[in-house]
Design a binder for this molecule. Structure first.
Ligand code: CDP
Length: 129
């Protein structure tokens, strides 16, 4: 496992619905829903990292857009950032997650999100409304 200082997550919206993915690990986060993403490798830009992670984990080709919301501090001094991502091609495949779903604003608000991702709920819900 990489110990990236920076983690980037993607808000992929299709037909008014946001892609959520259900984590399988660590235990504390297993079963909870996230904006999919992962750690930025050394020498990699956050934009490239997000495109790579969404391809590796879900088989999606995306075009990464601007940042959404604020930076979120993670345990261990890491920072989590989210970016909008436009789906170019692909249907989500479960390579690391146990499930995915596309949610509207109501589904987002009622989803059991990983704690850090709660920071973006209001901005995401406004976009989906
Ligand atoms: O895939 P990789 O190991 O690079 O990263 P990850 O396990 O997906 O994300 C690293 C850490 O960032 C996770 O253990 C979570 O604590 C956090 N994370 C989060 O809180 N919310 C997300 N949407 C994505 C990651």
């Amino acid at each position: 496992m990489r110990d990236a200082r920076e983690v980037v997550a993607g808000a992929v919206v299709r037909q008014g619905h946001l892609l959520l993915a259900r984590r399988t690990w660590p235990v504390a986060l297993a079963g909870r829903w996230e904006l999919p993403g992962g750690g930025v490798d050394e020498g990699e830009t956050p934009v490239a990292a997000l495109a790579r992670e969404l391809e590796e984990e879900l088989g999606l080709t995306v075009r990464v857009d601007e940042q959404l919301g604020a930076d979120v501090g993670l345990p261990g001094g890491r920072v989590l950032r989210a970016r909008w991502a436009e789906l170019v091609e692909g249907e989500p495949q479960l390579r690391e997650h146990s499930a995915v779903r596309w949610v509207d604003a109501h589904g987002l608000v009622s989803a059991d999100l990983v704690p850090a991702d709660r920071a973006w709920t209001a901005e995401l819900a406004a976009r989906l409304a």
